[in-house]
Design a protein around this ligand. Structure first.
Ligand code: GL4
Length: 832
């Protein structure tokens, strides 16, 4: 490895190498130093926020020292690396996680106490890093944690959005979006102003033919935007490995920023060029499971893919290896189709810039990439219009056409005279305008394609990608069932439960081998253990009750059954089914005698989640939930029997409070629509039971924890298409109880009935695409079962314990090992 300091001076250098704090006193010293120098404050003006910054900076120093060593080690050993390309990394807060992963939380707690602070208050100052929408972005964050913990040489690549997912406020029952400006001072990022890449847009592809008749293309003209790297250290748990998340920020390239204009006094237009460049990484698109095809989004995608690929290729070229070895050194995983242009970009670099033959280059490309599909919803499958692609990326469109041509020629050879097949699998959809089907491009340019839960992986093979299974054979398609990191989702979010488990298992080894959890099954009949288990749940419920009181003003009873549905609001996730069920319950209670009411289980229905700003129906559902809450919660005749709560601005740090506090949570998507779901895993791991449909990972959770520990209901995925057909052509009769719910809404029980008419009509008049009516009865019956079972507290706790005991499969450590083995072919790097 080349070094900038000559050999004979390195001893001096090493003598002063930074080490970071170890002991409490050193932590305190670093803390005060950062407060007084980095922050230029003192003991006269150090509030909780300043204390947070001081603590974060002390930990950041430690992380970056290990980060440096990890990077040096990885470069020296020169093993194959993984690059995880994701437009979303929903990281949440970093400080608590860093403290736990490096094993210094107690040191910090005591140090902070000495200096006059409570660690909880300090941790709560941190703004979430919310660079994602939902499950897809959070999965990427869990993957980073596991890759570091397992010592894989792995980098994440993403965009450094100036605005993450919007903050949600509820005003008069309506969602209002507030921009999430989170970068005021982010102690977790390291700007690398020396690591920049010029990214080209527009212009034209120019053809050259040399004397020997060899034809090459060159992309010329257009405009240049500069990508600047920002690095975020990712500490593993119980290891010194600290990996890198590199986020790109856009700015006007110095060449582009027009000093001529500036000097000529036209600084407005000079500044507007700069602003246009900065717009690229300005904001995260707030859609989950929806593609809107906006030009700026395509610019984001290319900007990020091109910068990342430039970086990866530059790193590879330093090793002086032959190009053919590229796939032995580099694995790139595409988190959904958002980074598919990376495939085209690598082919362009190899052919246009490095002068490789097409076939040789293409073999390298396919050997390098893997593609993960995260949804089958048609409205989420990305397509870009050909004219837009041609305008923005003229050379890439040509390459896409060539990839398509060679692919279709191969298909033609294998399946002669099947013109329909060729049209069906062509990357180009022959619509007006023509469209580039990104998923097809991703399949063709990757050596493996995976779904994220068994049912989902089967579905993609038999529906949207069926033809490709025929063409390539089944081995190209595989399943890797999602998981969650137990560090954040058990140890950090539920420290008491983690500690109780550790006390029975003789330590915290289960945090890095989650299958060890099965050891607590031995204690399922242990009275004392059950009692402590139940007490922890109650404590967690009290904490949530306090949050609800502080944020909504409503008082909820912590002994009531807490029924939680928190996730993005989407018709396919069926929050409408839940709220209609709540209305049904309300109407039923209203019609009961006092005697009957005495037998009831008090319930708190808790909702949370954001609607995409342009998704009208989702916003209507939020509105209805809030209106029902207003009526029910203020109905003195109902009291504690039912409360309906909408928790504003659901995000990662709120999930850490909500998940450990649930008795039952709802995962009730129309069968076949939720690719996996991952909050289902988080809830069960925290001792909550779940009610759900046979969808996504619910199925595998059931297999692991057994059917007696889960409340399943509803139609099966295999019947959904038929039911929809029937709805369309023969109609259907609305479920009786659901009809009564609609009557009560229409009669104005929850305010202006007109506001909810479109939601009701989507079911009564427009085919009930998500089968709300079909599943209503079994949903209600299953909720009654939940009530019955909750009254048998002892059995309930036993179910809770044995479910947790059997959740070992759902760690992202298992997931990452599977990717490493079957897709990436990479090995962990052993650390002393
Ligand atoms: C999603 C799926 O909707 C979700 O079921 C899955 O758990 C997640 C991670 O694989 O990916 N796909 C999209 S798009 N958004 C998601 O959250």
């Amino acid at each position: 490895v080349e070094a900038s300091i000559p050999e004979h001076l390195r001893a001096t250098w090493k003598k002063y190498s930074a080490t970071g704090f170890e002991h409490k006193e050193e932590f305190e010293q670093e803390f005060v130093r950062h407060i007084e120098t980095t922050l230029a404050r003192s003991l006269y003006n150090c509030d909780d926020l300043a204390a947070y910054y001081g603590t974060a900076l002390a930990f950041r120093d430690r992380l970056i020292i290990e980060w440096n060593k990890t990077q040096q080690r990885q470069t020296l050993l020169d093993q194959k690396r993984v690059y995880y390309l994701s437009l979303e990394f929903l990281m949440g807060r970093a400080l608590d996680n860093a403290m736990l992963n490096v094993g210094k939380k107690d040191t910090a707690r005591e140090g902070l106490e000495d200096l006059g602070f409570r660690i909880e208050d300090v941790v709560n100052q941190e703004h979430d890093a919310a660079l994602g929408n939902g499950g897809l972005g959070r999965l990427a964050a869990c993957f980073l944690d596991s890759m570091a913990t397992l010592n894989y040489p792995a980098w994440g690549y993403g965009l450094r959005y100036r605005y993450g997912i919007f903050k949600q406020e509820i005003v008069d029952g309506y969602q209002v979006e507030i921009p999430d400006y989170w970068l005021d001072f982010n102690p977790w990022e390291f700007p690398r102003h020396d690591i920049t890449v010029d990214i080209q847009f527009y212009g034209q592809s120019v053809r050259h033919e040399d004397e020997d008749g060899r034809v090459t293309y060159n992309w010329q003209g257009g405009e240049i935007v500069q990508a600047v790297a920002y690095d975020v250290p990712i500490p593993g748990y119980g290891t010194t490995t600290t990996n890198n998340l590199r986020l790109w920020s856009s700015k006007a390239s110095s060449g582009e920023f027009d000093f001529q204009k500036f000097n000529a006094g036209e600084y407005e237009s000079a500044v507007s060029d700069q602003q246009r460049a900065e717009t690229i990484s300005a904001v995260l698109y707030p859609n989950d499971n929806l593609d809107r095809g906006k030009e700026l989004r395509l610019k984001q995608q290319y900007f990020w893919c091109a910068a990342s690929l430039y970086d990866i290729v530059r790193r590879f070229k330093k090793t002086n290896r032959a190009w053919l070895e590229f796939p032995d050194q580099v694995a790139i995983q595409l988190n959904d189709t958002h980074p598919t242009l990376a495939i085209v970009e690598l082919q362009r670099i190899l052919v246009d810039q490095e002068g490789l033959e097409w076939d040789e280059a293409w073999k390298i490309v396919v050997g390098t990439f893997g593609y993960t599909n995260h949804t089958v919803l048609p409205e989420a499958l990305e397509k870009w219009s050909v004219p837009l692609m041609e305008h923005l990326l003229p050379r890439h469109l040509q390459i896409i056409y060539d990839i398509n041509l060679f692919f279709l020629q191969d298909v033609e050879k294998k399946f002669p005279d099947d013109r329909d097949l060729l049209a069906r699998v062509s990357i180009i959809e022959e619509s007006r305008p023509k469209m580039v089907r990104m998923a097809y491009l991703a399949i063709i340019g990757s050596h493996k394609v995976n779904g994220v839960a068994e049912l989902h992986s089967d579905l993609i093979k038999t529906t949207i990608f069926k033809d490709f299974v025929n063409i390539y054979g089944p081995d190209k398609f595989t399943n890797v069932t999602n998981g969650i990191t137990p560090r954040r989702w058990l140890h950090q979010a539920n420290p008491r439960l983690s500690k109780l488990i550790a006390s029975k298992l003789g330590g915290y080894d289960f945090l890095t081998d989650l299958t060890l959890l099965d050891g607590i099954e031995h204690f399922v009949d242990d009275k004392e253990f059950r009692k402590e288990w139940a007490e922890i749940k109650t404590e967690n419920k009290k904490r949530l009750a306090k949050h609800i009181k502080d944020t909504t003003g409503y008082t909820v009873n912590p002994t009531a059954l807490f029924d939680v549905q928190v996730k993005r609001i989407h018709e396919y996730k069926r929050q409408q089914l839940n709220i209609f069920g709540v209305i049904h319950r309300y109407l039923k209670i209203k019609s009961m005698t006092p005697e009957e009411r005495k037998k009831l289980v008090p319930r708190v229905s808790i909702f949370g989640g954001k609607a995409a700003p342009g998704y009208w129906m989702a916003k209507t559902i939020i509105h209805l939930i809030n209106k029902v809450g207003q009526v029910v919660n203020n109905d003195s005749d109902i009291g504690d029997l039912l409360k309906v709560i909408f928790i504003e601005d659901y995000n990662v740090s709120k999930a850490e409070i909500i998940v450990p506090a649930s008795d039952i949570s709802e995962h009730i998507s129309t069968a076949g629509t939720e690719a996996s779901g991952t909050s289902n895993m988080k809830f069960v791991l925290n001792g909550g039971l779940i009610i759900g449909t046979c969808d996504g990972a619910n199925i595998e959770i059931t297999r692991e924890i057994t059917e007696s520990n889960i409340f399943l209901f509803g139609n099966l995925a295999e019947d959904v298409e038929n039911l929809r057909e029937t709805h369309r052509y023969k109609g259907f009769t609305l479920d009786e109880d659901l009809a009564k719910v609609f009557e009560s809404i229409r009669s104005g029980t929850f305010g202006d009935a007109n506001a909810f008419e479109s939601l009701i009509a989507s079911i009564t008049d427009h085919g009930d695409y998500y089968l709300v009516s079909d599943d209503f009865k079994s949903y209600i019956q299953t909720q009654e079962l939940v009530d019955e079972d909750f009254q048998k507290q002892d059995e309930w706790i036993a179910k809770s314990i044995s479910s947790v005991a059997r959740m070992g499969f759902f760690s992202t450590d298992r997931v990452i090992d599977e990717y490493a083995e079957s897709i990436w072919n990479v090995e962990p790097l052993v650390v002393e």
